[in-house]
Ligand binder design. Structure first.
Ligand code: ZN
Length: 447
């Protein structure tokens, strides 16, 4: 049975370092150089990668390890672009790829050049060793995830669906661990929220700025923004979140477990979470319990001495699995009150691997637990969106599982899009071993 050795883990560290050193900040993206690096490595291993440009400089790479076809394909997916970084706020340059303090530093170290490097190193080794597979393993390294996937996975799935169609996919963003109390939990993302971006407009009497009025469009909008932030939208139970709460409860001592269970069942959790002082923990959990709506752009007025007749805001709305745009608009309307015109600017439905307890899920959980018997594995709902949205359109069941072990005191939420993004070398090697075990075990013939 194939497993990751030191040579593979070392190569993954080098590949991750090389990828970090290629600046793929999006916008503008410019993934071409990174895509060529990936394609060169794949070619050297005897694979025949295809580099596909959706627009000048916006390149995607796809390669396929061909199996016997006894089972349907498995897709490994990673995006090559990264979000912007302000170098003045970093201890090591965001494109330095420095190795210091046991970590590899740089933008993309955890989102998600680590995963790109792990998939790349692994696929190349499986090819070199001619491991017999019962299913094809496809690797897609894509552009433009950080700006909405248009030039990456979305384009790829529209224009070249046959290259990337698979039964299952493994991509971002789970696989890392979080600490809750004394316990460690490794996440497997089995669902992600939809998004529904809304423009909300309100009107009022225009007038002269010398004579203030409390019913102006600006005042109505300001009150609505505050109300939305304070009140939020009502909670809904979803299967994945119930299972998450169950798993967390199970791993805690009995009284805590009972409490978490009782709270989870009664729907009082959102209110309680507001009291949790650690907001980096409370916010993502709160986002798993309800549709959310966040005012992000507000617009009104052009002249200091004129009360404008109209004011508007753009709202970043997110929908839970099982919820629709119409549900979100109804809930939003109830909070904002009458007088607001709501218009959907752009939306995409939630994605859910349903049912998610599949042989692949069990393999991922086992690969983690075999190495970390004191930890627990939990299904996870991502409040944001990823390339899963595109691949799910092809009928692919998506798991966010980019395995990464973090030491206590280093939190994924702080690293993700944060300053000083870095990946612990031990954690990256650990992830390589886990991913190799999962992929080889799931795809190799006779396993
Ligand atoms: Zn990402």
């Amino acid at each position: 049975m194939f497993c990751a050795d030191k040579e593979l883990c070392d190569r993954v560290v080098e590949l991750c370092q090389q990828l970090i050193r290629v600046d793929t900040t999006n916008p503008p993206g410019n993934e071409r150089l990174a895509a060529e690096l990936v394609a060169t490595e794949l070619g050297a291993a005897g694979l025949e990668p295809v580099v596909l440009e959706s627009a000048p400089g916006r390149a995607n790479v796809v390669a396929r390890l061909t199996g016997s076809g006894e089972a349907p394909p498995l897709l490994l997916a990673a995006h090559l672009d990264v979000v912007p970084a302000d170098p003045s706020r970093w201890r090591h340059g965001p494109f330095s790829g420095d190795i210091a303090d046991g970590c590899l530093w740089g933008r993309g170290a955890v989102d998600m050049k680590n995963m790109a490097a792990m998939c790349l190193g692994l696929v190349c080794r499986l090819a070199r060793e001619r491991v017999r597979l019962e299913r094809d393993v496809i690797f897609a390294a894509v552009a433009d995830e950080e700006a909405g996937c248009r030039y990456g996975s979305s384009w790829l799935c529209d224009e070249h669906p046959d290259l990337v169609r698979a039964q299952y996919a493994i991509g971002e963003s789970g696989g890392f661990n979080i600490f809750l109390g004394a316990k460690r939990f490794f996440t497997i993302q089995v669902a992600e929220k939809g998004f529904c971006w809304v423009r909300a407009r309100v009107r009022g009497e225009p007038g002269h700025g010398s004579m203030p009025r409390e019913d102006s469009a600006v005042v109505k909008l300001a009150e609505a923004v505050a109300k939305l932030a304070r009140r939020g939208l009502p909670p809904h139970q979803t299967e994945v979140v119930q299972d998450f709460i169950e798993a967390v409860a199970e791993a805690q001592s009995v009284p805590v477990g009972l409490l978490v269970r009782a709270v989870g069942a009664s729907g009082a959790l959102p209110g309680l979470l507001r009291l949790v002082p650690d907001k980096t923990l409370a916010r993502p959990v709160a986002a798993m319990l309800a549709n959310t709506a966040c005012a992000t752009v507000v617009r009104a007025g052009e002249k200091t001495n004129v009360i404008p007749g109209v004011a508007e805001m753009e709202i970043d709305g997110r929908t839970l699995p099982g919820q629709t745009d119409a549900d979100l608009l109804r809930e939003l309307g109830a909070v904002l009150g009458p007088g607001f015109e709501l218009e959907v600017m752009r939306s995409a439905p939630p994605v859910e691997a349903s049912p998610w307890r599949t042989p692949l899920y069990e393999r991922m959980a086992q690969a983690v637990l075999r190495r970390e018997p004191d930890a627990a594995v939990v299904p996870y709902l991502l409040p944001a969106f990823t390339d899963a949205k595109s691949f799910a359109r092809l009928g692919t069941r998506w798991y966010g599982f980019a395995p990464l072990k973090l030491p206590r005191g280093m939190r994924f939420a702080d690293l993700y899009h944060g300053d000083d993004e870095r990946v612990p070398l031990d954690g990256l090697r650990w992830g390589t071993e886990v991913l190799a075990e999962v992929v080889a075990g799931f795809a190799a013939a006779g396993s």
